[in-house]
Design a protein around this ligand. Structure first.
Ligand code: PTT
Ligand code: SF4
Length: 610
């Protein structure tokens, strides 16, 4: 095999053993890599009903056949596990030197199983694998832990750590790298913590082998050059994802006051231009010439790396209109290892509950000091923080009553930074994302704003599926950053060419789409196997707030979603995916996608339609 290393490293922390395993070419052809590999391993190896925080869950780090090659933005790594937040499949994409180093160490994936008896770090240096005592790092913030390791292993080592939130098993703890890259929203950091694994350090000593090394090198040179010529490149380098803030405000999709509104009175103070005034430097993932990490000086004079989602959720959604303060909370989240989207979501929920006297604690919109204290309490599971650390779905079940209406999640994963009162396609994207309400699989909102907000028609369903096949498919399997394509218009046609030069295989678009459909259906099967008879189409329906409470201001004042029309759109989506009216794959679809073995397993849990 070229492009792929053909090897997986399996580390058992209970037995303190590591083994290198070869995997068949069929696995590469059917699932490609990254999310595809992770989904296959989780389906095959995580038994139904496994407690996600038990030693039986598997923690997976997976790259794809393009990861690490000298082509644009190829330093990404999928981190995955059964999610403790949702009980379903969970993953995230992290930009890190660890992605490149893992591939250079000769592995396409690492599977971590079991649980170490005491805090441990996994060290991979070329072919050698060691488990190190990490007691001294336990309790440390992710920044300090990474720095300590970097002092020993050097600047080029790939390092992944968890913060105290992962150690304390906060259900939305994620994994941090390079002082501000974060991945694994659905609690993948908590899974790492449950295994007593504080850090992973990788130093690759080999070189990646492409089928056509010269061809790939030349393509890479041409591609980097091409990105520099894109008209939006200069502005992107200035603002990165932060320009989305003003765009969201203009289009009334900026989540504000726990998704009550789509505009925020102080948006200008926390947008891309405000960011430029406090920007001190710029960082990025490996192999990338778009370096979109905007580093700013926060309210404490410290460095904080900003992206749109961080600011939408820790700014507008909780009523903070001061970017330096937002940045300080963002820095806390990175250091503690908390997902900023879920953090802003649970805090917004608590603020609304406080306003409505549903809880005794007083925490008002925009109250910076209380937010900082609550962020600490969530991490260390104290008082109200302890309830919120379980996620917004759990908190609403605990507080009961009307809170269910405005607990903003799908399948237990808190909603990302786009309000959907007037965006049915984006609502469908959240509803059907294989992780719960993440925007990563189909950021259809930018298209929907241009195509028209009102409709619930077939073209919206088609667009969601088309984007899921690319963003949730190709980019997550080849495991490279999608932003060159999404943000500066780097053409999709480059990717089959990269794949051909790396692997020697001429993948057609229909083959790439089929891999995406296979993985989507396998992940859906995993969810259904976990939820069994309690699975229903309700799992794919966003929260009641968007159907019940209209926007009260802005250009879309009065707008709300239509439930009946949403459900018609959802059924259309199911039909196109070959799933039945409950959203469960049919036998014919499973057969067509080469997932025959899944049928017998799934039939133990639910009745399958032909
Ligand atoms: C992603 C989610 C996002 S998506 C953001 S900002 W975004 C938040 N960032 C967080 C953060 O920062 N700190 C923190 N403690 N929590 C955070 N949670 C949120 O996590 C990220 C970029 C971005 S910035 C995006 S859109 C793109 N996402 C990609 C993707 O998903 N796949 C892919 N192939 N390429 C992508 N490129 C872009 O990467 P999750 P990163 Mg992230 C500080 O992981 O779990 O998917 O959640 O990886 O290296 O930080 O790069 O406006
Ligand atoms: Fe990382 Fe941004 Fe480059 Fe993507 S565009 S690889 S997120 S620096």
């Amino acid at each position: 095999m070229h492009g792929w290393n053909g090897k997986i490293l399996r580390v058992n922390l209970t037995r303190q053993k590591a083994a290198v395993q070869e995997y068949p070419a069929e696995m590469a052809m059917n699932f490609m890599g990254g999310r595809g590999f992770a989904a296959k391993v989780i389906w095959d190896e995580v038994k139904p009903g496994t407690d996600p925080l038990s030693p039986d869950n598997k923690l997976i780090f997976a790259a794809g056949p393009l990861t690490g090659f000298p082509i644009p933005s190829s330093g990404k790594l999928v981190v995955a596990a059964k999610s403790p937040l949702t009980g379903g499949y969970g993953d995230g994409s992290l930009g890190s030197q660890a992605a490149v180093q893992m591939r250079k160490a000769g592995y396409d994936a690492i599977i971590v199983e079991g649980r170490a008896e005491s805090p441990t770090a996994l060290l991979i240096q070329g072919e050698s694998t060691q488990l190190l005592d990490a007691k001294e790092l336990w309790g440390m913030g992710s920044f300090e832990a990474e720095q300590r390791l970097r002092d020993v292993y050097g600047q080029s080592a790939g390092i992944l750590t968890i913060g105290p939130a992962g150690e304390k098993l906060v259900k939305f703890a994620n994994i941090i790298s390079q002082g501000g890259r974060a991945g694994g929203r659905p609690g993948i950091g908590a899974v790492m913590g449950s295994k007593n694994l504080k850090a992973v350090v990788i130093i690759g000593l080999g070189e990646l082998k492409a089928a056509d090394p010269n061809g790939l090198r030349n393509l890479g040179v041409e591609a980097y050059r091409e990105i520099l010529t894109k008209p939006n490149y200069g502005f992107w380098k200035r603002q990165g994802t932060m320009s989305t803030l003003e765009w969201s405000q203009e289009n009334s999709v900026l989540p504000t006051f726990n998704y009550r509104e789509g505009i925020f009175d102080y948006a200008e103070l926390i947008g891309g231009f405000a960011m430029e005034k406090i920007k001190v430097s710029q960082r990025g993932c490996p192999n990338c010439n778009m370096t979109c990490g905007n580093v700013v000086e926060d309210a404490n004079g410290e460095e904080s790396e900003l992206d749109y989602e961080n600011v939408a959720m820790l700014g507008a959604n909780i009523g903070i209109g001061d970017l330096k303060k937002v940045s300080a909370i963002n820095r806390m989240a990175d250091d503690l290892g908390l997902d900023t989207i879920s953090l802003g979501n649970v805090i917004g929920f608590a603020m609304e509950a406080s306003e409505k006297n549903i809880i005794e604690e007083k925490i008002s919109w925009g109250d910076y000091e209380s937010v900082k204290a609550l962020t600490e309490d969530i991490t260390y599971k104290r008082g109200l923080g302890s309830v919120l650390s379980e996620g917004v779905k759990f908190a609403s079940l605990k507080f009961g009553g009307e809170t269910k209406t405005w607990a903003m999640h799908v399948k237990g994963l808190e909603i990302s930074g786009y309000d959907c009162h007037a965006a049915p396609a984006m609502a469908l994207s959240y509803g059907t994302c294989p992780l719960g309400a993440h925007h990563k699989d189909a950021w259809v909102i930018s298209w929907e704003v241009k195509a028209g907000r009102e409709g619930y028609g077939e073209e919206k369903v088609d667009k969601v599926i088309e984007l899921q096949r690319l963003r949730g498919g190709l980019f997550e399997f080849a495991t490279v950053c999608r932003l060159p394509w999404v943000e500066v218009g780097f053409e999709l046609e480059w990717y089959p060419k990269f794949l051909k030069a790396a692997t020697g295989i001429d993948f057609s678009w229909s083959e790439l789409h089929q891999i995406a459909d296979r993985v989507y259906t396998l992940i859906r099967a995993f969810w259904v196997r976990e939820y069994g008879k309690s699975w229903s189409k309700e799992m794919d329906i966003p929260p009641e707030r968007w159907f019940k409470d209209s926007l009260t201001k802005g250009p879309f004042k009065g707008a709300k979603l239509d439930k009946e029309k949403y459900e018609i759109m959802l059924q259309m989506y199911y039909r196109k995916r070959g799933w039945d009216e409950r959203g469960i794959p049919t036998k014919a679809t499973l057969n067509k996608l080469g997932l025959k073995d899944v049928i017998s397993e799934l039939q133990k849990k639910v009745e399958l339609k032909s």
